[in-house]
Design a protein around this ligand. Structure first.
Ligand SMILES: Cc1ncc(COP(=O)(O)O)c(C=O)c1O
Length: 377
């Protein structure tokens, strides 16, 4: 037996190499560990406005029926999504968060004989999902720091790693933790160059924040690229992260395969009811998007005034360059009751990722940061 854990030798080799996902610290943990109450959480890219009243009401109504299993096929939610997106319900896969679909994709298409490609600084769950299958992870180098999209996806570098063993390629658009994005033309060229046996997973978790300008309208490409899978979620702009609902949009054939490995009741009934109602609240989403852009400008300006530069971002977060004191800064902020996200586990130890909260949250964060930097009032 090796190490502290007597069961390690018994586990699948692919699992032994995994490090568990490190989530943003919940406010309760800060209270337990530091005795700090009422912490502000800017660590997991949640929507500071949450969900509309009608969505909360739908959740309360759904609670009356939780003794029953949910609709395993998610009929009402698939119908509402198909109307909202203009796709056939057979093109949809519901997930316990879009995270679930990432794992389903890996489970479905990856074996130790295959490979998957993702960017060096991309969302960490790609690595976890790929490694757990024993498939070869091919990690593409990112854009250089002086690129217009620093540390963003270099699609040519990703394409160069694709060969006949490759089954999945993951593109986060915009990417977490960098906030960087790929524009419509670049992504379209990439998809055209990708061989048919490779599934392009375009992760649009921040779609509702990013949409507009040069952002790709990938839904309109599904007919042209049968190997395209688009992932979206109710966790971000829809303000329902705690409920865990996401979905995939693809060719029916891919959705049918994903549904074979999907757990029968992976999306609970309260989440399904809330998501249906959330889709009907597009004005709410639009307000959240507008607020995010306004508050992000304020956050960026405030950080710049403290000498902290940020990467361009189309999400609801900024990747801020704090320098060699980033870990100390994070610790200082925790003690001041502000939780941000250190990203050393992404290989970016000099940066902190900061979710764009409400104006009050941002003011508290900037005040604590100014104190840390010795620039407080
Ligand atoms: C790029 C990206 N993809 C997927 C997810 C997973 O989101 P969820 O499982 O909550 O839908 C996240 C969450 O932070 C993310 O940043």
């Amino acid at each position: 037996m090796t190490g502290d854990n007597a069961y390690t030798e018994l586990a699948a080799a692919s699992v032994c190499g995994l490090a568990p996902y490190e989530p943003g610290k919940p406010p309760e943990a800060l209270e337990r560990e530091y005795g700090v109450r009422d912490a502000i959480k800017l660590a997991s890219n949640e929507n500071p406005f949450g969900a509309a009243d009608s969505v909360r009401a739908a959740m309360r109504d759904a609670i009356d029926n939780v003794r029953l299993y949910p609709d395993g096929a998610g009929f009402a939610l698939c119908k509402a999504l198909s109307q909202h997106l203009g796709v056939d319900p057979a093109q949809l896969t519901l997930g316990n968060g879009s995270n679930d679909i990432l794992v389903l994709l890996a489970e479905c298409f990856l074996t130790p004989e295959t490979s998957a490609v993702y960017d060096r600084y991309s969302f960490v769950v790609y690595r976890l999902a790929v490694q757990a299958t024993g498939a070869e992870a091919r990690i593409a180098s990112s854009n250089a720091p002086d690129h217009a999209q620093p540390f963003g996806h270099d699609l040519d570098a990703m394409l160069a790693l694709v060969d006949e063993t490759t089954r999945l390629v993951f593109i986060a658009n915009p990417n977490n933790p960098t906030g960087t994005w790929v524009d419509s033309e670049m992504l379209h060229d990439f998809l055209r160059a990708l061989p048919d046996h490779v599934i392009a997973v375009v992760d649009e978790a921040y779609y509702e924040y990013a949409v507009g300008e040069d952002y790709p309208d990938t839904l309109t490409w599904l007919d042209q690229f049968p190997n395209l899978v688009i992932l979206r979620t109710f966790s971000k702009a829809y303000g329902l992260a705690g409920l865990r609902v996401g979905y995939g949009i693809s060719a029916p054939g891919i959705a049918e395969l994903l549904n074979r490995v999907r757990q029968p009741f992976n999306v609970n009934s309260v989440a399904q009811a809330a998501a249906v109602q959330a889709l009907a609240e597009q004005d709410w989403v639009e307000n959240c998007r507008a607020n995010n852009r306004h508050c992000m400008d304020g956050l960026r300006t405030g950080l710049e005034a403290l000498g902290i530069a940020c990467l361009p971002s189309r999400g609801n977060f900024l990747l801020a360059y704090v320098g060699s004191r980033a870990a100390d800064c994070n610790e200082y902020l925790l003690r001041a009751g502000v939780i941000v996200r250190p990203v050393a586990n992404y290989g970016l130890p000099e940066y902190l990722r900061i979710t764009v909260g409400g104006e009050q949250d941002i003011a508290c964060l900037l005040e604590a940061l100014a104190e840390f930097m010795g620039k407080g009032a």
